[in-house]
Design a protein around this ligand. Structure first.
Ligand code: ZN
Length: 445
């Protein structure tokens, strides 16, 4: 019931925006690289040096610095970006829904963050960065989980612990210790011992319709309503878990300007929406973007893990985390260098497939003619014209024998490494070298 509740809010407030934003994304062609910045250590080292009493060497250095000032800490622009991921419920055996993500996919996503060498930060680090007391690596990820479902403890927590990732729970008062599928205080406390931070997600998780009803009751009534949702949820969590609460996730992302004033009064520093986008140092704290990772739309995680190029690093392609119910080649999310691969699907585990019903569609080619292996279970097509896009999307549809309708189609994507296919014999004149594949080595010693 709560899941539906949340999902409906989400659709009402932002789903179309989200779709529009997704459609507007184009896939960058640059190869995935990453940067593990050591700016923090540097900033600390520099700050410590700045406080130490001056020696003769130091004053010589100071003169040298005045001539060639160190640029690292004095860089005016903070180019770090944080991708905030928003999860809800997890499942091992139920079908995926928008709000319910299969645990194996969650594990793959966590692995992808590791493979991409992104830094997973805690809520406290996020807040410190936002208020200017901490530098972050160029590309960080903040993992948040809304509502307080028990499956967070039973399914996601073991994986988060294994990867040693900090994470944030946005809890609403009425569901804490709600029994059934809700998290208990003890579970929350245990998770707080192992990387969990907490923020508020209101008292009652109101629908936008409930919020609007309160607006209609007049300024005073609306103000009292917001006071409870923002104030009581905060004091409840602070008393129960002995932690200061400075963040809020709008239920369903729904917010009005009146909420900003109340939030500031109550002492909230950062409030999160459900509109996708990266957070920068200067992003408006009252309406911070967040990628809600839907169990049914793999492209959102891909967008969430794609970062634009900066002065210090090249753009990174997002991680494609998919799973297919039958074996396929090239496998979902894999990177290939052969631009004319054979695409295949193996239906051997399916007893009653109608071999004549199988249809494969390949992006840029449409419906393609399939070859069928003698056992009539492996279907394939060899690409007959070099793939030109950085990714290739496949859809396969089929019917079971004696069935009138098609099964739910299977979709997957693989990545085409076009750079690997072009190996120029003579190097073209390159723009000023940027060594995109190496990390800056700034010693912390
Ligand atoms: Zn929620």
């Amino acid at each position: 019931m709560h899941s539906k509740h949340c999902s409906q809010n989400f659709k009402l407030s932002s789903y179309q925006d989200l779709q529009a934003t997704l459609a507007a994304y184009s896939r960058p062609i640059l190869k995935t690289t990453s940067l593990l910045a050591t700016l923090l250590t540097c900033a600390l080292t520099w700050a410590l040096q700045a406080q130490a009493p001056l020696t003769a060497d130091d004053s010589q250095k100071a003169v040298a610095d005045a001539v060639n000032p160190p640029t690292l800490v004095q860089t005016t622009k903070d180019t770090s970006l944080v991708s905030v991921l928003g999860y809800h419920e997890f499942t091992e055996d139920q079908e995926a829904t928008e709000m319910r993500l299969p645990t194996d996919k969650f594990r793959k996503q966590m692995q992808a963050l590791k493979d991409l060498k992104y830094t997973v930060i805690s809520l406290e680090e996020f807040l410190a960065w936002k208020n200017g007391t901490l530098k972050l690596p160029e590309r960080s990820v903040l993992i948040t989980i809304d509502d307080g479902w028990k499956s967070v403890y039973t399914h996601a927590f073991p994986i988060l612990k294994e990867f040693e990732y900090p994470f944030t729970l946005f809890l609403y008062k009425n569901y804490v210790d709600g029994g059934g599928k809700a998290l208990s205080s003890d579970m929350i406390k245990e998770m707080m011992q192992h990387g969990a931070s907490i923020g508020s997600h209101s008292v009652s998780h109101p629908y936008p319709s409930t919020v609007k009803k309160n607006i209609k009751l007049g300024t005073e009534a609306y103000s009292a309503f917001l006071n409870t949702e923002f104030g009581e949820s905060k004091s409840f969590l602070e008393d129960k878990f002995d932690k200061s609460i400075e963040t809020y996730a709008y239920p369903g992302g729904f917010h009005t300007p009146e909420m900003f004033d109340i939030a500031k009064q109550k002492g909230y520093a950062c409030l999160f929406t459900v509109l996708p986008g990266k957070v920068s140092k200067t992003s408006e704290n009252m309406t911070l973007p967040r990628y809600i990772i839907l169990g049914t739309h793999d492209s959102i995680f891909e967008n969430a893990t794609r970062f634009p190029a900066t002065a210090n690093s090249t753009a990174s392609l997002g991680a494609i985390v998919q799973s297919t119910p039958f074996p396929v080649t090239p496998t979902a999310g894999s990177t290939i260098s052969n631009r004319m691969p054979t695409i295949s699907v193996d239906f051997s585990s399916l007893d009653n497939i109608d071999p004549d019903s199988v249809v494969m569609r390949v992006s840029g080619f449409g419906k393609v003619p399939l070859s069928i292996q003698p056992n009539r279970k492996i279907f394939s097509w060899k690409v007959n014209r070099r793939l030109r896009k950085p990714t290739c999307d496949i859809t396969v549809s089929w019917k079971l024998l004696d069935a009138d309708t098609y099964e739910k189609p299977m979709r997957w994507t693989f990545i085409v490494d076009r750079n690997a296919a072009y190996i120029p014999t003579t190097a073209p004149s390159l723009p000023k070298a940027k060594t995109p594949d190496t990390e800056p080595t700034i010693s912390s010693e």
